[in-house]
Design a protein around this ligand. Structure first.
Ligand SMILES: CC(C)(COP(=O)(O)OP(=O)(O)OC[C@H]1O[C@@H](n2cnc3c(N)ncnc32)[C@H](O)[C@@H]1OP(=O)(O)O)[C@@H](O)C(=O)NCCC(=O)NCCS
Length: 161
């Protein structure tokens, strides 16, 4: 029987898996489409080959649909980025990737996870707060805005297990 996510995604069941160097081009393209300052393929490849970095990807059929990436040091991890392809947002895929990623970080020994998010990024803030993150700090004027006041970065934290 086709699962709930399969019905939402029009028949293609999303697949979540660890990402590796073969996903470099797809991650760079999605990152560039999702953020004001995109990562080059070389930056993405350097991250994916870094032993302190782990990444997961979502695919639907043959299509790349999203990724999440974090870097760890001792028992702390920082989520570096998460993005879902524009036409697949709002269907629970971000939540599914974040949940899997946090489980993996916990299994690898992380006890605390941090991230930064634009104060105006409502969908990301909702995703993180529903996943148990809370605000522990703010960096004012952190994200430049075309023709407007720069936005603050919220620093969010979640303790694992
Ligand atoms: C943020 C992002 C990763 C969320 O992924 P997603 O697959 O769309 O999120 P989900 O469908 O799992 O939804 C997660 C929560 O966000 C909410 N949400 C989704 N889109 C939303 C929107 N446009 N406005 C407000 N809330 C929204 C959902 O309702 C859900 O909360 P709920 O369970 O309480 O209903 C995705 O929107 C994205 O790629 N954005 C661009 C890149 C980005 O901003 N990344 C975060 C950088 S810190």
């Amino acid at each position: 029987m086709m699962g709930f996510l399969g019905r939402l995604f029009g028949g293609g069941e999303p697949m979540l898996a660890e990402a590796g160097a073969r996903d470099t081009a797809a991650i760079a393209a999605l990152h560039a489409a999702s953020f004001r300052r995109g990562w080059s393929e070389q930056e993405v490849e350097t991250l994916l080959l870094d032993r302190s970095v782990i990444a997961h990807r979502a695919t639907v059929g043959a299509k790349f649909a999203g990724f999440i990436m974090s870097r760890s040091a001792a028992d702390e991890a920082e989520i570096l980025s998460i993005a879902i392809a524009g036409n697949r947002r709002g269907k629970g895929l971000g939540r599914a990737l974040l949940t899997l990623h946090l489980r993996r970080l916990a299994a690898l020994g992380a006890r605390t996870v941090f991230l930064e998010v634009d104060e105006h990024n409502a969908s990301a803030i909702r995703l993180y707060s529903r996943a148990g993150f809370h605000e522990v700090g703010r960096r004012p004027n952190y994200y430049p805005k075309a023709g407007g006041k720069p936005a603050s970065a919220l620093i969010l934290r979640r303790d694992l297990g």
